[in-house]
Write a protein that binds this ligand. Structure first.
Ligand code: NDP
Length: 435
């Protein structure tokens, strides 16, 4: 703990895992005396580097780039790249640590990693984004590869940025390989990858509801965020018969009592993915909706909540409000959106609660499928990928039930996901010796 004392997000993520995994280790002799958890919290490698680029005004800019290569026991490092001004070592280590468990849960051979830069893409021109991505990849290319480390997108890194980074990697290495996932369909991307995290989150919530004999039909759903994960979670929840009444960004949330249907969602996608604009623009086209500035959507009454924006975006008070308003299911689309206190509120109320490492694993799982397709040099159909995604989410749900269900029938998805994720990585580490 001392070594990481100034890394609050990382400490938060480790504490959550330790609380459930340490008792499990104490009950299972096989995992004792090998410092397994101690080894897992120490990244195999951390790379930090200068990223310099020239903006449109001709001014030289300097950012800091990172890649955390956390754990390669079960496969090449795998995890997204985040471009956001808040990016620092603590946030990326928390994400890389969570990623190790998540990737293990998918059952695919992927280790854990994460990277990014403190670069703010907001307000940057397309040319500036390309310049930044090229400079970032110029250094990163020395440390990654299809069999070593395979990054993907995350906050601030979507299809456009992955494309620019892939182009630069190819130019530098003279290799066309599956070194990044989330690529465009014309150059090795997988169908359904853009949809996968949001869809997977909703498939997982569907399995959770099914344990109570329930479904999305007729449910009021509150979604936070309006980026990649939020958009496709909204789409799938709507397709399954739910009514999504909110979406948000860092400036506030929109509330649409009639529900954000397919046509309205298409408008949000235009605002966010084409114009790189603000969620508040929604009310200019749909004046019946309201925009609530500077607030988060958890005060809105709902049956199901899908937090899909960022870490620590749902606190204890907000969790209490959700429970008091009758929310029965929270499935995290983002990574660690609920604070530890919020998580305890959901668990004490015994409502269905899934941590991101289980419920948002559909994205990286489909990235794993993209890697397989690249290696085979072929492309599967949307239906084929979607079927595999559904199967993987169902398996993750089953693993959570296996390790998380108590004698009263309550399913602790946090415990279930942590132990199931731990077992596979720990077994591989034991077999590979003290390295
Ligand atoms: P995007 O960049 O597409 O969208 C992020 C959304 O969250 C935007 O609406 C953004 O608003 C909002 N947001 C970001 N930072 C903050 C903040 N500090 N406060 C309030 N709102 C914020 O990212 P993704 O949709 O890809 O990622 C969302 C979450 O899902 C992250 O936690 C990510 O790690 C996680 N995730 C993503 C996966 C993927 O496949 N993309 C896979 C698994 C997890 P604004 O535009 O105002 O910044």
């Amino acid at each position: 703990a001392k070594r990481n004392a100034n890394e609050p997000e990382f400490m938060q993520a480790v504490k959550e895992v330790a609380e459930t995994v340490i008792p499990f280790i104490e009950e299972n002799k096989k995992y004792q005396n090998k410092m397994l958890l101690e080894r897992m919290v120490e990244p195999e490698r951390v790379i930090m580097f200068r990223v310099t680029w020239i903006d449109d005004a001709g001014k030289t800019q300097v950012n800091r780039g990172y890649r955390i290569q956390m754990n390669s026991a079960i496969g090449p490092y795998k995890g997204g790249i985040r471009f956001h001004p808040s990016v620092n070592l603590s946030i990326l280590k928390f994400l890389a640590f969570e990623q190790t468990f998540k990737n293990s849960l998918t059952t695919l051979p992927m280790g854990g990693g994460k990277g990014g830069a403190d670069f703010d893409p907001k307000g940057k021109s397309d040319n500036e984004i390309m310049k930044f991505c090229q400079s970032f990849m110029t250094e990163l290319s020395k440390h990654i590869g299809a069999d070593t480390d395979v990054p993907a997108g995350d906050i601030g890194v979507g299809g456009r940025e992955v494309g620019y980074m892939f182009g630069q990697y190819k130019r530098l290495r003279n290799e066309f390989t599956g070194v990044l996932t989330g690529k465009g369909i014309t150059f090795g991307g997988s169908l359904i990858r853009p949809e996968a995290t949001g869809y997977g989150d909703v498939y997982f919530a569907q399995s959770m509801l099914a344990t109570k004999g329930d479904s999305f039909t007729g449910k009021t759903v509150v979604v936070s965020g309006s980026g990649n994960v939020a958009q496709y979670a909204t789409q799938k929840a709507t397709q399954l018969g739910g009514k999504v009444v909110t979406m948000s960004d860092s400036s506030g949330y929109i509330y649409d009592a009639d529900g954000i249907d397919a046509e309205k969602l298409a408008y949000i996608m235009e605002i966010k993915n084409v114009n790189y604009g603000r969620i508040s623009d929604y009310i200019t086209k749909y004046p019946n909706a309201t925009f609530v500035a500077g607030k988060r959507p958890w005060e809105v009454k709902c049956d199901v909540a899908l937090p899909c924006a960022t870490q620590n975006e749902l606190n204890e008070e907000e969790a209490k409000t959700l429970v008091a308003n009758g929310c029965i299911c929270v499935a995290e689309g983002a990574n660690m959106p609920s604070t530890p206190e919020a998580m305890h509120v959901f668990q004490n109320a015994k409502i269905l609660f899934a941590p991101g490492k289980a419920s948002n694993a559909g994205g990286v799982a489909t990235s794993g499928l993209e890697m397989s397709q690249n290696s085979l040099r072929l492309s599967w159909t949307s239906e084929e990928v979607d079927e595999r995604l559904k199967g993987i989410m169902a398996n993750i749900h089953a693993a959570c039930v296996k390790y998380g269900k108590d004698s009263t029938g309550y399913i602790d998805y946090v415990k279930g996901a942590n132990i199931a994720g731990f077992v596979k990585v720990a077994d591989a580490m034991l077999a590979q010796g003290i390295v």
